[in-house]
Design a protein around this ligand. Structure first.
Ligand SMILES: Cc1cc2nc3c(=O)[nH]c(=O)nc-3n(C[C@H](O)[C@H](O)[C@H](O)COP(=O)(O)OP(=O)(O)OC[C@H]3O[C@@H](n4cnc5c(N)ncnc54)[C@H](O)[C@@H]3O)c2cc1C
Length: 371
């Protein structure tokens, strides 16, 4: 019997499912993919695109084209909520879509709670497309004046944005901006001391200021106010304060974890509705909380694909094993990276080269599907 598989978001955790979309159609099922963009941007290369190491084409994957080519439907829209009883998905445009099996890969967003008033010249680290608009605006500003750049947040996104903004300006060689990271408690606080020291060294060498022990309280166009009351002027502001899972699950009264992500069991399956699955930043994995890193989304791919097919065809589900520690490499601009896996930690050109090699290979594999 023909069933309807609906995929919300064509992100990192749906890559293998998208690659094998034809196999669902071959079994007689209908597949619909819903997303707010025709493309999915690979976040690992986002800061590199900001710094012009990569073009937008290098880092994006044509979701709509891949879906249509294999006989699926692509709906350019945003899902706002679902009703698990009538099995309906509600879109921003208003029209509902019904499903038999549903899978979420709707990702995460950077909260704008601190932003007060107009939003001109304020850019968030996600969605990755935003970094392209930020790049255009930054280039406009530094062509006319010495620019103050404020980066709010103390995690890897802040480090990578600072490094790649610096790269962008250095390559142009006109007015060098004044870059300040408002790091909250401490820069890269959840990383080993060795990685933190490397990050400080690189940033300080480039005159990038790091403000710590003072959280930002309010972000307005042109200024950042800290909890201490200190006010800092900034011509362009990046918000990189950490991400939260999509709001769809709360809106839909689905079971969620403490962070608001869809609560899923070891099969990446919603704990209350067996026909709903999910992967990537938008889920809360019941067995153990997972970091919001693309690595897990990528590791979830084959299990998600298998379990969606098994649910449609009546097969056995496979459990997801998050695996051990993972490799992280930060692109700090200037063709340099910081690499860390367990006790192996080093920085420099080799670290960037390894990241560049891995990321380009990953993208090539999925961009192949577009042909
Ligand atoms: C600047 C930056 C750099 C990073 N670098 C790395 C790195 O080097 N390595 C690493 O492992 N992790 C990195 N991360 C973390 C990584 O981005 C996330 O863990 C990863 O993006 C999660 O993948 P995802 O597919 O779940 O979500 P996303 O990449 O956010 O994808 C979600 C998809 O869902 C779509 N979508 C969103 N809302 C809706 C909706 N309402 N309806 C329908 N579709 C929707 C979006 O368009 C998007 O295509 C980085 C994050 C940032 C911000």
């Amino acid at each position: 019997m023909q069933k309807h598989l609906v995929l919300v978001g064509g992100g990192h955790a749906h890559m293998v499912t998208l690659k094998n979309l034809h196999s669902f159609i071959k079994q007689g099922h209908k597949v619909t993919v819903i997303g707010p963009s025709k493309y999915h941007y690979y976040s690992g290369m986002g800061p590199g695109m900001l710094g012009k190491t990569y073009t937008p084409d290098d880092i994006r994957f044509a979701v709509e084209q891949v879906v249509i080519k294999q006989g699926g439907n692509f709906v350019l829209d945003k899902v706002i909520k679902i009703d698990p009883v009538s099995k309906s998905v509600f879109l921003e445009s208003g029209d509902p879509i019904t499903y038999d099996v549903l899978s979420f890969n709707a990702g995460s967003y950077v909260p704008w709670d601190q932003v007060d008033g107009e939003q001109t010249d304020i850019f968030s680290a996600k969605p990755i497309e935003t970094l392209l608009k930020a790049q255009e605006r930054f280039l406009e500003l530094i062509s006319i004046k010495k620019t103050n750049v404020g980066i709010v947040g103390g995690g890897p996104s802040s480090l990578e944005i600072a490094g790649n903004i610096w790269q962008l300006a250095s390559d142009l060689g006109r007015y060098m901006p004044k870059i300040t990271i408002f790091a909250g408690s401490r820069l890269m606080s959840r990383f080993p001391e060795k990685i933190r020291k490397m990050a400080y060294k690189i940033l300080r060498k480039r005159d990038i200021e790091i403000i710590e022990q003072d959280y930002s309280k309010k972000v307005q166009t042109g200024r950042i106010t800290l909890e201490s009351g200190a006010v800092h002027e900034a011509d362009i502001i990046f918000l990189a304060v950490g991400v939260k899972p999509s709001t769809i699950f709360k809106e839909s009264h689905l079971p969620t974890g403490p962070d608001g992500g869809l609560l899923v069991n070891k099969y990446l399956q919603c704990t209350e509705h067996p026909e709903i699955f999910g992967g990537g930043d938008c889920i809360y994995f019941q067995d153990q909380p997972l970091d919001k890193v693309g690595v897990y989304a990528v590791r979830e791919n084959p299990v998600l694909y298998h379990n969606l097919m098994a649910t449609l065809e009546g097969g056995e589900l496979h459990p997801f094993d998050p695996g051990g520690s993972y490799l992280l490499i930060f692109n700090v601009g200037g063709s340099r990276g910081i690499l860390g896996k367990n006790s192996l930690i080093f920085d420099g050109r080799l670290a960037f080269w390894i990241k560049d090699y891995i990321d380009r290979k990953f993208m090539r594999e999925f961009q192949e599907m577009e042909k």
